[in-house]
Design a binder for this molecule. Structure first.
Ligand code: FPP
Length: 239
């Protein structure tokens, strides 16, 4: 969800007003994804590296998160959405962590869509933590080094209960991954748009989905193989 700061500065507003408008875009996007029947939406709301921003901006973002959790509570529960979070949630201030965890628990049984907020999240940090957990299990004799395969590593990631993303959308014209879901994006289709996140709406989402729908996802196979019923590609496309 990139471009909040630049969007605000271009309008002579403080950066935090860009984040506030960004929170409205979050509301619109969650609503549109739910209406369109998407099963999962993951939003990169605060990176591990974002802690190094000016204190006032970090505080404002934490306040916006709290307001979001409070304001969207009914929307999430009434629309059968499960709220989930990845990242170092323990690093969040207690005034955000408490209401966030409460709504996650309250919505845990919802099945309509999984909304995951990446908070204090970094892909490298996630991989280091997963590696450490695997090493600890090996040291305790619970796991042999030969047992460490893709499934074992995935099982120790924050996203262990989520499918890999089909589509990544990055707004504001930047074309990089910025430490987001580094493992999970291996076969994800990438969509970069110049639209700043506060301006992102249903039309932009539909455009991204349309383009996604026109792509051929081969997962390392050839086009000719994709029709084969027992191919890896057909396995993946069912996920
Ligand atoms: C990146 O834009 C955006 C962020 C670091 C924060 C995103 C936060 C929100 C959209 C609002 C709060 C979140 C929720 C879930 C309610 P930037 O600030 O780096 O923009 P810039 O590149 O133009 O400076």
């Amino acid at each position: 969800m990139d471009g909040n700061g630049r969007w605000a500065v271009e309008r002579g507003l403080p950066r935090v007003e860009g984040h506030r408008a960004g929170a409205d875009a979050v509301h619109r996007t969650v609503k549109a994804c739910r209406e369109l029947g998407l099963s999962h939406l993951t939003l990169y709301a605060f990176s591990e590296q974002n802690w190094r921003r000016p204190e006032a901006e970090v505080q404002a973002l934490m306040q916006l998160l709290l307001e979001y959790v409070r304001r969207e509570r009914a929307e999430i529960l009434d629309n059968d959405i499960r709220l989930n979070a990845i990242g170092q949630i323990d690093r969040l201030p207690a005034f955000v962590r408490g209401p966030l965890r409460e709504l996650m628990e309250r919505s845990a049984g919802n099945r309509g869509m999984v909304l995951t907020l990446a908070l204090s999240y970094g892909g490298r940090e996630e991989l280091v933590a997963a590696t450490r957990r695997l090493a600890e299990r090996v040291a305790r004799g619970e796991l042999a080094p030969d047992d460490i395969d893709e499934a074992a590593l995935e099982g120790h990631l924050d996203t262990h209960d989520l499918p890999d993303p089909d589509l990544l959308i990055r707004t504001s014209g930047e074309e990089r991954i910025s430490n987001f879901l580094l493992w999970q994006l291996a076969y994800t289709e990438l969509h970069f748009t110049p639209v700043a996140w506060p301006e992102f709406d249903r039309t932009h989402l539909l455009e991204a989905l349309d383009r996604f729908g026109a792509r051929e996802r081969r997962f390392g196979l050839t086009s000719a193989q994709l029709g084969a019923p027992d191919s890896l590609a057909s396995e993946k496309s069912r996920c």
